[in-house]
Design a protein around this ligand. Structure first.
Ligand code: ATP
Ligand code: MG
Length: 438
């Protein structure tokens, strides 16, 4: 049969046999978010296009080239989110979350959409874990989010990531820097790409982020922002570095990092790996003190980061980091004949009620094929119920790992007997047992 269509270019399906890897990584992200005091925020996949034009910035690659924008049947322009910050900031403002007091600490795990050339580490639909803090001017906040991102890499056992940081100053000192940049790029005008030419007037810093080889070569010799930042920004940056030193987190100052989105101010940072090819930035973030104002709110110093989950998984694979395999079936129950099948069905449901994994035939396989299947899925135990077992109200519980057998009752005591064998077989700790019984 010919499929009516394929998945869209630049998207990936996460199939049942692979999803445990995603869940493992996501669980660590959620658990680190929890210990850092962040709560989840979920926002819609699409927003009014204006939100991204205003926040991400209409001179950025994301807005100029990469957004999935379309007109709805009602004639509104909407855009699939290219990143998570704008929607989160919009929601915080719209619902007056700031009335609960500052700081607001939120995290998201979400899909993003960018019309880019698909390649390794670059897709059109990808996923980000992100953390956002609103109402936190202190450099301890910058250190906190960098430490939080770092802690995720640590828990995953990722090695060799370099943390690169920079300060791109505030609106005040940026004016001076823009002037210097304009002067520099004016002199190279004839070599710049068309997009950068149009950025020269409005936002010359964007040229530093251009991916074209010619522009990026020119950008290498451009004036560096650190020579232009004001005393307050310099002090703030010192503070961030001091905290990272205190936390024993190694970093390098890279004046070339300006980040691809307009809303950044002061601290910007990236975690970069050399193990996954050209798309080596696994996490990028920084401070965006002007964003909330840009969206119509009060001045609210804020910051955050986005971490690409696909790139992180590529990194785990490249470094040979094993992700624990998902749990296998604890017991496979086979019923022979209609009555026994119903008994099996009841037993299976009973085991599931106690949070263990139980399965039975729903395909219509014969007994032999079911045995084979139980083997294939590596079930820890099996139980066969036939006429005799029904009559005697007991059956043989078979340990599929070592082949040993034990007769267990098929009444209310079944679970206790099975569980005793299960614990013995799995060497389950008391703590895990309590967890299971919850
Ligand atoms: P790049 O320079 O690689 O294009 P970016 O600066 O556009 O990255 P951000 O907007 O900072 O990326 O997004 C945060 C993170 O999301 C990136 O560091 C990366 O891990 C991930 N990411 C961004 N774009 C993509 C994409 N198209 N496919 C997969 N992951 C992506
Ligand atoms: Mg990009």
């Amino acid at each position: 049969m010919k499929l009516i269509t394929n998945g869209i270019k630049g998207t990936e399906d996460i199939l049942p046999a692979q999803s445990y890897k995603w869940q493992f990584v996501e669980d660590i992200m959620r658990s680190q978010a929890k210990v850092y005091g962040f709560k989840e925020i979920r926002t819609p996949v699409f927003e009014h296009t204006e939100l991204f034009n205003r926040s991400v910035g209409d001179t950025t690659d994301v807005v100029q080239k990469e957004m999935y924008t379309f007109e709805t049947k009602g004639g509104e322009s909407v855009t699939l989110r290219p990143e998570g910050t704008a929607g989160a900031a919009r929601a915080v403002l719209e619902h007056g979350v700031y009335n609960d007091g500052y700081p607001i600490k939120a995290y998201y795990l979400t899909s993003c959409y960018r019309y880019e050339k698909p390649q390794k580490g670059r897709q059109r639909e990808f996923h980000q874990f992100g953390m956002e803090v609103y109402g936190a001017p202190s450099y301890f906040a910058d250190a906190e989010v960098i430490c939080a991102a770092h802690s995720i890499f640590e828990r995953l056992g990722v090695r060799g990531l370099s943390l690169e940081i920079n300060s791109i100053g505030c609106a005040k000192c940026r004016a001076e820097y823009h002037k210097a940049l304009r002067e520099y790029f004016e002199s190279k005008k004839d070599k710049l790409c068309d997009t950068c030419l149009s950025r020269l007037d409005r936002n010359p810093m964007r040229i530093l982020d251009c991916k074209s080889p010619v522009c990026s070569e020119i950008a290498k010799e451009a004036p560096t922002v650190l020579d232009y930042i004001c005393d307050e920004c310099r002090e703030h940056f010192q503070g961030v570095k001091g905290c990272l030193d205190a936390a024993d987190i190694h970093y390098t100052v890279n004046p070339g990092i300006v980040r691809g989105l307009d809303y950044y101010t002061r601290t910007v940072f990236e975690f970069v790996s050399s193990d996954i090819g050209a798309q080596g930035t696994v996490c990028g973030g920084g401070r965006y003190d002007g964003l909330i104002e840009e969206l119509g709110g009060q001045h609210t110093p804020s910051l955050g980061f986005g971490m690409g989950i696909e790139r992180l998984l590529l990194l785990l694979e490249a470094q040979g980091i094993e992700i624990p395999a998902p749990p296998v079936c604890d017991i496979y129950v086979i019923g022979i004949g209609d009555k026994a099948k119903m008994k099996a069905f009841n037993i299976i449901e009973g085991v599931r009620n106690s949070s263990l994994i139980a399965e039975g035939d729903i395909v219509g396989r014969g007994i032999k094929a079911q045995m084979k299947y139980a083997d294939k899925i590596k079930a820890k135990f099996s139980l066969v119920i036939g006429d005799t077992e029904l009559e005697e109200n007991k059956a043989k519980l078979r340990n599929m790992v070592n082949g040993s057998e034990k007769v267990v009752p098929l009444d209310d005591n079944f679970f206790n007997e099975f569980y005793a064998a299960y614990v013995e077989n799995n060497n389950t700790s008391l703590l895990e047992q309590l967890e299971l019984m919850k």
